[in-house]
Write a protein that binds this ligand. Structure first.
Ligand SMILES: NC(=O)c1ccc[n+]([C@@H]2O[C@H](COP(=O)([O-])OP(=O)(O)OC[C@H]3O[C@@H](n4cnc5c(N)ncnc54)[C@H](O)[C@@H]3O)[C@@H](O)[C@H]2O)c1
Length: 335
């Protein structure tokens, strides 16, 4: 399913290594899991299925029966965490509740799941002598600061409990790298999209939601005037960044870096493009009231990720969108 050739990019780096992917039944985590298995790693996934799906393992679980273990449960459960971390070299920490608007309605529960869960994971990772934890941070940390592109030394301005959780977790990553025998890295993802992103949730991300609407001959919904712009990033770029961060030779010491494509388009433009790609150019989006916590513009500077881990985007937005639309068409046709 991946557009990248993982062997060409990462060679033998992960052969024989063991990795835990928290939230590995989710969109990004399942793509990381599949890439690692392709590269000869042993993979353990812990996921409570609060957002993920076991069907996300369908393309690889039979082929890698011996190398792949799924533990159903929460990272808040210490016993399960200890079981999952046994012998792991790396952790790719993707588990979190993701929706910004839902975090506004459930701030305390979000903090427990996303922030406390992350600290429990770090505690256990230290005990199990994990080499490096790579954390799924978020561009929502920048909030509405008007300066573009976003550079990592800009002050954080969380607009939602979700963004505040992510910033708290970045701080924990840095503190643990500083105080204990473990290395960590935080990757601030910018609007990741691609195969396996859930289109059926009430809080679906924009590309997934547009795909579902167009498939049902419905008008996609845009919150706000649609002039908001995003640095949409195909999932293979996020997977590549995770693999680079895990295998970096030098300590990363909890540094935070942007992961994106360094290009942006508006949500209006995206809706027009996707309607054409669906062969439904006459379908126009409906506009609804802007949502609390949503940011206006987003565009990444990628210099730091290139300097620290050698990250460069591998798949351009248009190529990724073509592959994603093709994937949704296939999945919707089969369901
Ligand atoms: N998709 C994006 O554009 C984006 C952008 C910035 C950051 N992120 C972060 O990347 C990570 C992965 O996002 P995704 O888009 O794949 O979302 P996703 O919802 O598909 O995956 C998250 C997974 O975490 C699991 N999970 C949640 N809480 C858990 C817990 N307590 N214990 C075990 N599993 C738990 C869910 O069941 C789900 O499978 C998340 O941390 C998200 O906040 C995503």
């Amino acid at each position: 399913m991946a557009l990248c050739d993982w062997h060409e990019l990462h060679g033998e780096t992960f052969a024989g290594k063991k990795a835990l992917i928290t939230g590995g039944a989710g969109f990004i985590g399942s793509n990381i899991s599949e890439a690692l298995l392709t590269l000869g790693a042993e993979v353990v996934v812990i996921d409570d299925l609060s957002g993920g799906l076991v069907s996300n393992f369908d393309t690889f679980k039979d082929q890698y029966e011996k190398e792949f273990t799924f533990i159903e449960g929460s990272i808040l459960n210490d016993d399960l965490l200890n079981q999952a971390l046994e012998g792991c070299d790396y952790v790719f920490h993707q588990a979190a509740w993701g929706s910004v608007p839902r975090s506004v309605t459930m701030p305390v529960e979000y903090n427990e799941n996303n922030t406390v869960g992350t600290q429990k994971l770090l505690q256990a990772a230290v005990v199990h002598k994990v080499k490096r934890v790579v954390f799924a941070a978020s561009s929502s940390a920048y909030g509405d600061s008007v300066k573009l592109p976003k550079v990592e030394d800009m002050p954080v301005r969380p607009k939602s409990p979700y963004a505040a959780n992510k910033i708290a977790c970045e701080a924990l990553m840095r503190a643990y790298a500083n105080c204990y025998e473990i290395d960590t890295a935080s990757l601030r993802y910018f609007n990741i999209f691609g195969p396996r992103q859930n289109a059926n949730s009430a809080y679906a991300a924009v590309i997934a939601a547009f795909a579902k609407a167009l498939d049902q001959d419905e008008q996609p919904i845009i919150f706000g005037d649609g002039g908001q712009s995003r640095d949409f990033t195909f999932v293979d770029n996020a997977v590549h960044a995770n693999l680079l961060a895990a295998s970096a030779k030098k300590a990363i010491n909890g540094e935070v870096m942007n992961i994106a494509c360094a290009n942006r388009i508006t949500v209006n433009q995206l809706a027009t493009n996707m309607a054409s790609m669906w062969g439904q150019p006459h379908i126009e989006a409906i506009h609804k009231e802007e949502r609390a916590g949503d940011v206006k513009h987003s565009l990444a500077d990628l210099s730091l990720a290139e300097e620290l881990i050698g990250y460069k985007p591998q798949v351009a937005f248009e190529e990724g969108l073509d592959a994603t639309v093709a994937w949704y068409k296939e999945v919707f046709a089969a369901s």
